[in-house]
Design a protein around this ligand. Structure first.
Ligand SMILES: NC(=O)C1=CN([C@@H]2O[C@H](COP(=O)(O)OP(=O)(O)OC[C@H]3O[C@@H](n4cnc5c(N)ncnc54)[C@H](O)[C@@H]3O)[C@@H](O)[C@H]2O)C=CC1
Ligand SMILES: N[C@@H](CC=O)C(=O)O
Ligand code: NA
Length: 432
């Protein structure tokens, strides 16, 4: 059989492992594809670094634009928007199928790339872009395509899960935990993308688009990162029998006219310790998918790191290479549903509000009055004292809209008896 020519763009954490698998597993991959996979080049930013891969040094090039024109399959693991976007478009125009792990690019400009691939009759696969090694996108695109997905809820960023887990279990500081995640190859080139939840928001956009057959871009996703999560928040969660996790939540909802819509958000939230997502440790990811006929499905595994991510990349490489061998392309995206995006203000959830208050008669009544005035029903109230002996009032609400809760917090901040609103966290995973 004619070999399938593979070009690798980028040789960092993920690219190095992809190159390693392409060379060390060559015989088995050839047997699975039905033709040898020939690595025709590796585009790097700088030549001359010994990457310890044992590949022919002449394969390294700084001319990615030229490289993509002589490949059947292009693997993009450079990351970022440009030049990744232009290189993918150029590859597609030259008839190459593309495998990418680049969620930032797909969440920003996915539809244009999917259309270009469809027009050129090639594949654009991106399993590695969400939840690393976990097979998640193909199940959504293929296995569940006959069902109606109603909700996708999960932990999709390994770096932040690692940081929050360290804060919960070892009391490690935020910065030290981020540095460790970087050293372990979990973090993005700029870890701001992780801790400010741009990465998780991009993944949520990709998940919502596939799950609901619509188009959701990064700008449609409500995003809150973990930089504001303090040791006191983690401690407060512990006192409630909860952990703090960064969650991505994609749900069916309604628009202002009562029509079908999607709600897509990423934010830290308290989860009861007995909830299955609460037990997801380190850089692992886990995603629940709820579908009308299938019920609840859970996908769990390593969500970041060079080797796990390379596993997902290679799964796609074999898939698109098989299509090259037999001719044609695999299933692509469908966005026929064209759903509106529900504003965050209308999203309904529960809240945990921590207030530093004066310890005197009438405080509780005044605070409760503010919640009531905004139609936010209180589920539980607890008063305790912090380590400095100041009064802390903890209010857990029943379900309320984000708009009502924001208005409540704004008014609480104005009360003389409230020294500060010390923390507001959403509470997920309960039935109340
Ligand atoms: N590290 C991880 O755990 C995961 C990463 N990803 C995604 O995989 C992609 C790659 O990530 P990493 O390998 O972690 O990043 P990295 O920063 O380790 O590697 C990227 C490599 O691309 C090179 N590069 C940059 N511009 C280039 C250019 N114009 N031509 C050739 N090479 C160029 C850089 O020098 C670097 O070596 C990103 O899109 C990332 O979001 C996805 C899932 C997990
Ligand atoms: N930086 C990301 C890598 C995988 O997508 C993460 O930490 O999850
Ligand atoms: Na995946």
């Amino acid at each position: 059989m004619e070999p399938v020519k593979v070009a690798l763009l980028g040789c960092g954490v993920v690219g190095t492992e992809v190159a390693r698998l392409l060379t060390t597993q060559a015989d088995e991959l050839a047997a699975r594809v039905g033709a040898p996979l020939e690595l025709v080049g590796i585009a790097v930013r700088r030549l001359g670094r010994d990457r310890g891969l044992g590949v022919d040094p002449s394969l390294f090039t700084t001319d990615a634009e030229e490289l993509v024109t002589r490949a059947d399959v292009v693997v993009e693991v450079i990351g970022g928007i440009e030049p990744a976007r232009s290189l993918i478009l150029r590859a597609v125009e030259h008839g190459a199928s593309v495998v990418t792990a680049n969620k930032a690019l797909l969440a920003a400009d996915g539809p244009a790339l999917y259309e270009a691939a469809a027009k050129a009759g090639v594949d654009l696969y991106y399993e590695a872009s969400v939840a690393g090694a976990i097979p998640l996108l193909r199940p959504l695109r293929e296995s569940l395509v006959g069902d109606r997905v109603t909700r996708v809820l999960g932990i999709v960023n390994g770096t932040t899960n690692y940081v929050l887990d360290q804060m919960d279990t070892s009391g490690m500081g935020f910065s030290e935990a981020v540095e460790q995640a970087q050293a372990l190859g979990y973090a993005e080139a700029d870890p701001t993308a992780d801790v400010e939840a741009f990465d998780a928001a991009a993944k949520a956009a990709i998940l919502a688009s596939l799950a609901f057959h619509t188009r959701v871009s990064l700008d449609d996703v409500h995003r809150e990162g973990i930089t504001e999560v303090s040791a006191a928040d983690v401690r407060a969660a512990q006192l409630q029998g909860c952990v703090v996790k960064l969650l991505a939540i994609c749900e069916r909802g309604t628009d202002a006219d009562g029509g079908e819509a999607v709600s897509v958000r990423v934010h830290p939230a308290m989860l009861p310790r007995e909830h299955q997502l609460a037990g997801v440790r380190g850089a692992f990811n886990a995603v629940y998918v709820e579908a009308e006929s299938a019920g609840q499905l859970m996908f769990y595994g390593p969500g970041a790191g060079g080797q796990p991510t390379a596993s997902a990349v290679m799964g796609d490489v074999v898939a698109v290479a098989r299509h090259k061998v037999v001719g044609g392309r695999g299933p692509g995206e469908s966005a026929y549903a064209q759903l509106a995006v529900q504003p965050m203000a209308d999203t309904v959830t529960r809240y945990h509000v921590r207030l530093d208050v004066a310890d005197k008669p009438g405080v509780l009544a005044q605070v409760a009055g503010v919640f009531a005035a905004h139609g936010v029903s209180i589920e539980a109230v607890q008063q305790r004292h912090d380590d400095a002996g100041r009064a802390v009032l903890v209010v857990v609400t029943h379900s309320a809209t984000d708009a009502a809760l924001s208005a409540t917090v704004d008014e609480l901040e104005q009360l003389d008896i409230v020294d500060s609103v010390a923390g507001v966290l959403r509470v997920e995973g309960g039935d109340a």
